[in-house]
Design a protein around this ligand. Structure first.
Ligand SMILES: [Fe+2]
Length: 250
C-alpha cells in the first residue's frame, strides 16, 4: 500500500478519516484499558493530556514531556535503524511516526503507526523511573552496538518490557507495554489464561525468543519501574559474561 509518511507533523494535513481513526482507536482501547492497564500508565495518559477528540500535537506533547522528565519526541517516517534508535534513547529522545492507519486497517497494521508509537509509548515517558530505564537502556545498547548478537539479546529485554511488559499491582498483573496498550487482541490475550505470565528474571528473559507475528504466548511481569532501572547493571553483567563465554569457552 502506498502510504504518505511525513518527516514532520503538519497538523492541517490530517484528514477527517485520520480524526475518526484516532477517536475510534482511543475510545475502544480506553474501554479495555481502564480496568486492565497499570494505574501508572493511566496516570501518565492524564499527565500527557491525550484525549479521543484530538490527534496529539507533537509540539504540545513535547512541552509536557519536557516539564516531567526532559524527554522529547521527534518525528520519524517509519521504524528507525537500531543504531539511530538506541542513540536517540540515550539522549532522551523517542522517535515516533505521525501518520495514522486507515479505517480499513483499524484492527491490525504491520508497521507501527502513530497510535502505537504515541498512544502506546509516549505517556509513560512522563514517569521518572520508566524514563530513566529507557535512557539507561539506550546507553547500554550503544556500548554494544557493534555486536549484533548482543543487540539481539537486548532486543529481547526491550520486547518483554517496553513492548510487552506487565506490572504487578495489588497482586494482579496489569498492562504497561506499548505493544499491548495499543492492541485490543494483545490486551485480551496478555491477561487471559491463554498466555503464560513469568516473573521478571534477566537470565530467563535473555534466553526467551519471541515472534512478532502472533499474539504473545509469554509475558514477563515486573514489580515496578524502579526494579527495571535497578536491573540495568545486572543486564550489563549478563551480556559481558555471555560475550566472555563466547570468546573463551567455545
Ligand atoms: Fe513499539
Amino acid at each position: 500500500m502506498q502510504r504518505h509518511k511525513p518527516l514532520a507533523q503538519l497538523y492541517s494535513a490530517y484528514t477527517t478519516e485520520d480524526f475518526q481513526v484516532w477517536q475510534l482507536l482511543f475510545k475502544r482501547q480506553m474501554n479495555l484499558l481502564r480496568p486492565q492497564a497499570s494505574k501508572l500508565y493511566l496516570k501518565a495518559l492524564e499527565d500527557i493530556g491525550f484525549n479521543g477528540d484530538e490527534i496529539p500535537h507533537f509540539e504540545k506533547m513535547n512541552k509536557r514531556l519536557e516539564s516531567f522528565t526532559g524527554w522529547k519526541v521527534v518525528v520519524a517516517p517509519e521504524l528507525v535503524p537500531q543504531r539511530e534508535f538506541f542513540q536517540l534513547l540515550s539522549q532522551k529522545i523517542f522517535p515516533a511516526t505521525c501518520w495514522l492507519r486507515t479505517m480499513a486497517e483499524l484492527d491490525y497494521i504491520e508497521e507501527p503507526d502513530m497510535f502505537h508509537d504515541v498512544f502506546g509509548h509516549v505517556p509513560l515517558l512522563t514517569n521518572e523511573a520508566y524514563a530513566d530505564f529507557m535512557e539507561g537502556f539506550g546507553k547500554l545498547a550503544m556500548k554494544w552496538i557493534d555486536v549484533p548478537e548482543i543487540i539481539a539479546l537486548l532486543g529481547r529485554v526491550y520486547w518483554f518490557t517496553i513492548e510487552f511488559g506487565l506490572l504487578h499491582e495489588k497482586n494482579m498483573p496489569k498492562i504497561f507495554g506499548a505493544g499491548i496498550i495499543s492492541s485490543p487482541g494483545e490486551t485480551a490475550n496478555s491477561l487471559s489464561d491463554a498466555s503464560v505470565k513469568l516473573s521478571f528474571d534477566i537470565t530467563q528473559m535473555l534466553s526467551t525468543d519471541y515472534r512478532t507475528d502472533i499474539l504473545q504466548p509469554v509475558y514477563f511481569t515486573i514489580k515496578s519501574f524502579e526494579q527495571l532501572c535497578a536491573a540495568l547493571p545486572e543486564i550489563e553483567k549478563s551480556l559481558a559474561a555471555l560475550t566472555y563465554a563466547e570468546k573463551y569457552c567455545y
